[in-house]
Write a protein that binds this ligand. Structure first.
Ligand SMILES: Cc1ncc(COP(=O)(O)O)c(C=O)c1O
Length: 394
């Protein structure tokens, strides 16, 4: 096969889906992160965004971002380790560490990079990573990049995890890595269960709190707050691209670990630092979450309202306490059809098919924000009823 043949083969498959109106990727929506968006000149209710607290349009967040651009310009044009560290980067990292009850934090240009880089720097030859089978792709890539052996355990299954831990020599270094909230199913990790095993088998834990931050815990501090376990987890990573209204990612840990990452992590050292305005956005977002806990509450109320409405009309949902609502469809074609009909009716959702979920477990992934009104959600429910009946799903 010639070098580019795979691209032409792939294009054929994508074009086939396009011809069937079953290509739901790269859809243009403006503005992307808003409860209501425009697509093809039509208003749509956005039920696919991770802008959980609707902070991308918060006046204080916008003002802080604009001020940083006025002061620093648009980009830092240098690596953090050389010329790309400003006062606002350092303030953001200090605030993040406080927010996550940690000694220190390091930030990266993407959440994906934060996960991948942290794992690759910490886990080494001879070490063993135990990774949940539904962990995010950035964790999988981090495991590949590290020189450690990776053992995958069944999703959130403490019996399987214990069996795998027990099979290892006691002196082996073991790092358990898990999402706090799983991105497709909205499951919350059994963190107390993992902590018990960590203590019993002398392992360490890393939590990816991309979808927990701003969402779980009464104050939105994340999965650790939800379980009253703040300060008890070795490595806590996450992203700025969801509740923190920007782009980038972080890892929080003890000072020595963070300093090691700062001075050895290649994806930290050999890339330009995020623009100072991004750091200002994150800093302001963290301040708003602390000043306005009612947003976290509103997000939960909105999620409960939509879940109740969908269940009452006969949809089957994976159980979740988060604003990620997986509607079980279990049939790829029906999933695509549903996405198409909902789009025609002005509701944006994401159809999720394998490999993002296991075979025959395709879902409609609904995610909502604190910025949706009850009226938006009631309108969306009406459309779900219409489309569900048309397809025989309810
Ligand atoms: C669980 C999880 N971890 C990490 C990431 C990566 O974050 P980012 O979008 O900032 O690269 C995502 C984003 O999709 C995610 O869902």
């Amino acid at each position: 096969m010639a070098l580019f043949d795979k691209c032409y083969e792939f294009k054929k498959m994508a074009d086939h889906l396009r011809s069937l109106n079953q290509f739901f990727y790269l859809r243009q929506v403006d503005p992307a992160a808003s409860p209501i968006v425009m697509r093809n000149g039509k208003k749509m209710i956005m039920l696919g965004s991770n802008n959980y607290l609707d902070l991308t349009s918060h006046p204080k967040v916008i003002e802080a971002t604009k001020k940083a651009i006025d002061k620093y310009g648009t980009g830092s044009c240098g690596s953090r380790i050389l010329t790309g560290t400003t006062e606002v980067h350092l303030k953001m990292e200090k605030k993040l560490a406080e927010f996550k009850h940690s000694e220190d934090s390091i930030t990266f240009s993407a959440g994906f990079m934060a996960l991948m880089a942290t794992i690759a720097a910490i886990a080494d030859t001879g070490d063993v990573i135990l990774s949940d089978e539904l962990n995010h792709a950035s964790i999988i890539e981090g495991c590949r990049l590290s020189r450690a052996k990776t053992i995958v355990y069944k999703h959130n299954d403490m019996v399987d995890l214990e069996a795998k831990l027990a099979s290892l020599k006691p002196e082996t270094n073991k790092l358990i890595i898990t999402d706090g909230v799983f991105s497709m199913k909205g499951t919350v990790v059994d963190l107390p269960g993992i902590k018990k095993l960590v203590d019993k088998y002398d392992a360490k834990i890393m939590v990816d709190d991309a979808h927990g931050t701003g969402v779980l815990g009464e104050r939105g501090h994340g999965t650790l707050e939800h379980f009253n376990m703040e300060g008890q987890i070795d490595l806590v990573s996450g992203t700025f691209s969801k509740s923190l209204a920007a782009v980038g990612g972080f890892t929080c840990a003890k000072y020595a670990i963070i300093d090691f990452l700062r001075l050895t992590s290649r994806p930290f050292i050999f890339t330009a630092s995020p623009p100072p305005s991004i750091a200002a956005t994150v800093l302001a977002s963290l301040e708003v979450i602390e000043a306005e806990p009612e947003r976290v509450k509103k997000l939960k109320t909105n999620g409960d309202f939509l879940k109740k409405g969908l269940k009452e009309m006969g949809y089957v949902l994976e159980p979740t306490i988060t604003p990620i609502i997986p509607i079980l469809i279990n049939n790829d074609e029906k999933c695509f059809k549903m996405a198409g009909y909902l789009e025609q009716e002005g509701v944006f959702i994401n159809p999720i098919i394998p490999p993002a979920v296991p075979k025959d477990e395709s879902i409609i992934r609904v995610s909502l924000t604190a910025g949706h009104t009850e009226n938006d959600l009631s309108m969306a429910l009406d459309k779900f009823k219409l489309v569900g009946k048309k397809l025989g799903v309810i």
